[in-house]
Design a protein around this ligand. Structure first.
Ligand code: TEU
Ligand code: CA
Length: 554
């Protein structure tokens, strides 16, 4: 495997709207991010991915872009963005922006022109079909509910949107569209970006010609995945994009890739892959149901272990996965992957270490380093996210009571991760001096950055140690490039693996509150990390405390 500049880095995701508000309007902004760069540099972050801050009506919180060359005034100005890139660079941090090019906003110039003249140049930027009374072009259900087709305003046509109706899909079959995308990517890379996180990319290739699939719910529609399974040849687009953009700049690119087949992994993230890396979603998709969130199966510690090891085995040393515990589309990982009632400082640290020490690039989502938790929603009106509102409706239609439906969607709501970052124990968790755009998690007096930065035993300090260990010249080679080998795989509520390279490390977590023992016949050389003060041991037997995690040099 070729060695790349980004292999040994640690990445951090910022959701700008909820990170830090510098001017009291209740919305996080770019000057706010600049103000917190020292916090991030001190933690040890090298790569910063910003969720979208381009000009946008924010129908899907910025994943609906109306101008790819401008910053939304709510987030700041282009000068702010340039200052952020420069200030980050001074601290050895590079910026990734979010590349959202499966779709744009219905308020983008291209879409407005398509409405004015659907048979002209811009009509071909989108997927348009003639409108027929009482009949849709296809029976596909959009990710956010309802059919993927809506009327193209002022015309006798309909347009395709696999996400929200304010997110019309761009027609990647049209070379002019692809040229526009490449031009935009290169324009940003010329500004000094480190690269991009690439949104929803698997959707850019549609199965042509369009046709219906077997309905899978009472609405007579079928999941968009049915269509995607039949879409062949995405590689031509992705390879072209790589060659025309990222490759020329040696930029870092991480794809939001779902449902890839094992034999496609070298194409995606091998030495000359379409992307530098792609996220491992094996844990987040576990238990998902075609019926909706209300029908999902909760994940157990043994499932979590299995998902991680499966993903690791699938990729091996072909390339680098990007490992996450959560992101802006997911609930907080500590609330999801730690059994109910057991979420505490020790278990949060255990989850952190088990995930962080996997082979691949660690991504931390804002607040994860503090152990931020899901938010208790008391009514659906407290929820902003369009996806949660849709899933709530689906749950009600399936016969759940309003209370049951709220409880069901609260577990998965994307707003769990989107509540304001908890900086202090002051008003609004120190996020804003105004009224926050989304409710602050009421637990901020006990979970906040100010307290944790001071406390050597905090979740924050543990993350800092994990990052420092990954960068330690003695262990770096092993942690970055070493092979991953599961140990005691069949043991219940125990997750353990070796990292084998120049040195051999054992990462072991007792994934339950009851103690359990492991046997190390040859002992170990050194304990590099421990979320307890001591290690209880006797003649090669280690008695792990509840949720104790160890990183041992063997
Ligand atoms: O998400 C893509 C995606 O597949 C989502 O449908 C995801 O499964 C869903 O958010 C779970 O509720 C990306 C972005 O990360 C997301 O925030 C955007 O809403 C979406 O694309 C559209 O741009
Ligand atoms: Ca603001």
């Amino acid at each position: 495997m070729d060695r790349k500049w980004w292999h040994d880095k640690v990445a951090y995701q910022i959701y700008p709207k909820s990170f830090y508000d510098s001017n009291g309007d209740g919305i996080g902004d770019i000057p706010g991010i600049i103000g917190k760069l020292d916090y991030l540099a001190d933690l040890g972050i090298d790569i910063l991915w910003l969720s979208p801050c381009y000009q946008s009506p924010l129908a899907d919180q910025g994943y609906d872009i109306s101008d790819y060359y401008n910053i939304d005034p709510r987030f700041g100005t282009m000068e702010d963005m340039e200052r952020l890139i420069a200030e980050a660079k001074k601290r050895g941090i590079c910026i990734l922006m979010d590349l959202v090019v499966n779709h744009c906003s219905d308020e983008h110039e291209w879409f407005k022109r398509a409405c004015e003249d659907p048979d002209g140049k811009y009509g071909n930027y989108f997927y348009l079909r003639d409108k027929k009374e009482g009949e849709l072009p296809t029976n596909w259900r959009s990710y956010f509910g309802g059919p993927v087709w809506d009327d193209l305003p002022g015309t006798d046509k309909q347009y395709l949107h696999v996400f929200h109706k304010k997110q019309p899909d761009l027609n990647w079959e049209n070379p002019e569209v692809r040229e526009e995308v490449y031009k935009n990517i290169n324009w940003w890379l010329d500004k000094g970006l480190g690269g991009f996180r690439i949104d929803a990319i698997i959707n850019i290739k549609k199965a042509l010609p369009f046709h219906d699939y077997e309905p899978d719910r009472e609405d007579g529609l079928c999941s968009i995945h049915a269509m995607l399974r039949g879409a062949k040849g995405i590689g031509t687009f992705l390879g072209e994009m790589r060659d025309r953009t990222f490759k020329k700049y040696d930029a870092f690119s991480v794809g939001e890739v779902f449902n890839e087949k094992p034999e496609e992994i070298p194409d995606f993230i091998g030495d000359d892959g379409y992307f530098s890396s792609m996220f491992d979603f094996n844990e987040t998709i576990f238990g998902g149901s075609e019926n909706g969130w209300y029908d999902a199966t909760p994940i157990t510690p043994d499932d979590y272990k299995k998902c991680c090891f499966e993903a690791q085995a699938k990729v091996g040393d072909i390339g680098f996965l990007s490992n996450i515990i959560e992101n802006h589309d997911e609930p907080r990982g500590v609330s999801r992957y730690i059994p109910e009632g057991d979420c505490c400082t020790e278990s949060k640290k255990m989850l952190a270490a088990l995930n962080f020490m996997l082979r691949g690039l660690p991504f931390i989502y804002q607040g994860q380093e503090l152990g931020m938790e899901n938010v208790p929603f008391t009514t659906i009106d407290e929820v902003d996210d369009i996806s949660t509102h849709d899933e709530y409706r689906v749950a009600l239609e399936a016969g759940l009571s309003p209370e049951e439906a709220l409880r069901a969607v609260s577990k998965f709501s994307r707003d769990n991760a989107r509540t304001p970052m908890q900086w202090t124990d002051g008003a609004n968790a120190g996020f804003t001096t105004g009224t926050p755009w989304l409710k602050v998690n009421p637990n901020y007096p006990s979970i906040n950055a100010a307290a944790q930065v001071q406390d050597a035993d905090s979740v924050y300090s543990f993350y800092k140690k994990l990052i420092a260990l990954r960068k330690d010249p003695v262990y770096k080679e092993t942690i970055v490039y070493g092979a991953l080998e599961p140990v005691w795989e069949e043991r219940h509520n125990l997750m353990a693996y070796y990292r084998k390279g120049e040195r051999t490390l054992l990462v072991v977590g007792n994934y339950q509150k009851e103690p359990q023992e492991i046997e190390l016949q040859k002992g170990y050389k050194k304990a590099l990390l421990n979320n307890y003060k001591d290690i209880a041991q006797d003649k090669g037997i280690i008695r792990l405390q509840g949720y104790q995690v160890l990183v041992l040099e063997m």
